[in-house]
Design a protein around this ligand. Sequence first.
Ligand code: BDP
Length: 707
Amino acid sequence: MAFFYPFRKSIIFQRLSQLLFVVLLFSTSTRADDGYRLWLKYDRLTKVQPILQNLQGIITPSDSPILKVAAEELQTAIKGLTGKTLAIQKTANSASIILKINPSEGVNNEGYHLSRSLGNLVISAQTEVGLLYGSFALLREIQTLQPLEKLNVTSSPKVQHRLLNHWDNNNGSIERGYAGSTLWHWFDLPDVIDPRYRDYARANASIGINGTVLNNVNASARFLTPEYLKKVAALADVFRPYGIKVYLSVFFAAPKTLGGLKTSDPLDPEVKRWWAEKTKEIYTLIPDFGGYLVKANSEGEPGPQDYNRTHADGARMLSEALMPYPQGVVMWRSFVYKADPNGDRFKEGYEEFKPLDGKFDPNVLVQVKNGPIDFQPREPFHPLFGAMPQTPLVMEFQLTQEYLGFATHLAYMAPLFKECLDSDTYAKGKGSTVAKVIDGSVHGYQKTGMAGVANTGSDRNWTGHPMGQANWYAFGRLAWNYSLSSDKIAEEWIRLTLTNDNKAVSTIQDMMLHSRETLVNYMTPLGLHHIMGNSLHYGPNPWLAKNARPDWTSVYYHKADEKGIGFDRTESSSKALGLYAPEVQKQWSLAACPPEYLLWFHHVPWTHPMPSGRILWDELCHRYYEGVAGVARLQLQWDSVKSQIDPELFTNVKGRLSIQHREALWWRDACVLYFQTLSKRPIPEGLEKPTRTLEEVKKLVDVYQIR
Ligand code: BDP
């Protein structure tokens, strides 16, 4: 026995170490996913298609910075996905991924064509940047398990300027940012280049975003100092090989505050000279600088009206400074509104900008928020779309969830974006959708653009809520091609980011597709809007009646009284509905208005009959309750996919959903109990009564408002 003992011991030792190895192996293969890699994970495929197995090389026509980036991305991705290292070469002698410039390829200057030729996968485009986009598109095909044998994809972006707008400040904070602080380390730049800048550029290029406005629209003049311009130039250098241009938001009064001039009057020759010189200084450092974004005479920002000039005069001052640089544009925002207790904020952007149509230079685009008020969970499309035939309009969406539960609530926003883009303006008859206004096909705009206010920040997973990444992804995909459907984009994102398991994919897709409507139900159903927490814009606050401005209260918007609820925007009151084409007016008239938009346009009695057969009050209650039930369903669905999701990511989303459920109840109780003080009607039968009083719910809001 004694003889065998050491032997047995060594067997046990061997077995133990084998076990340890397996445990280690297992724990690395299920290593927690912190979300940093976004939709560019490139984890090993469980089944590798034969055509991929046979690949040997990547053929690229040159090693220019853009093609180097494209080839290296392909190389890294294929290595991760299949385990094979492909050699980057100039000529093909075996099955390869071939990058090919073809000046007569039937795509536009950023488009691409993907095909298979024998054992090769071919990416062809008219330009290098087209090849870069094609490379990412090919990887998307591979990652989402599309059959490569049949590869034949042609795609060109429909919109030219596809931009993220960062509302980032030079002190590191982000206005309305919920995912940490700014990505840009202003104090370290230009000497220290955070590798994350490159990953940011990769992520954007992979979805076709080609520009980034680095700083807040409430801009600091500091970004125009020589010291900061060097930092901006350093970022531009990192982004350039990814086809991304940098832009800056500018502070209108900079000639005075930074330049020491007596005025910032846009017609003053000294002021014009100052901007011309500043612009020249920028282009010396950044030859492909994209241009300026301007918020003027809005929410206290200075602007041309301080000098009795118009927005067109202000824009001209900058467009003239940019004239020598053909790629530079001015994006002038239309988000303006006055503090008029008797007015209707809905109309103000329209009333100021419509008369200026035709008065802007050709290198100016007017940037319009998707809706007339402010990034609400649901808004009708902005009436300026379709009303500015001579002025290119940039669409501005908000990806950061200022009014949609910050980074805590799950709200997949592609359906919100699509709802606006697919709306018909009837500007030139049926089919003149907002999307077709934006892409220039309705009015023949020469310049086109779409902007998304970014939801990114320094959080390791970029967007705080892991599923918030899908909104960044969806924005890029829709800016490239607004015809894509919300469910197709969701499926892509899930397969790239979370799992390729078919059952889990369809469950998560269903969650995503219902999430926004669920949120509308528990926050602002039936066309209610802007009834959230004061200034913070979080949580319910429908009773808010006093503030620095009337249009910063809730009662201004819901106008609930003992008779009924809703903002009458018809002929008999604010007349805002009259800003739309007659066909649109008809579709939102009281007789035809879908319930989703009812209280946007009409003040209706609590007993108003609804299509469901209920009276309005009962319908309102039902929607609030349905919102809470919807979140409970999201929770169950998420629990059901647990085995297919990385544990860290699963727990993160699960925790956020449980907050969302608690807060949906908070919204429901707050709104139902408050509106009940006016409607004086019971909670409909079949719905359990809130277990707390209105006073108790009001206290919750107070806690959130403490600064
Ligand atoms: C509002 C935000 C505010 C922004 C403003 C804007 O509350 O922080 O500065 O929009 O878009 O939604 O200019």
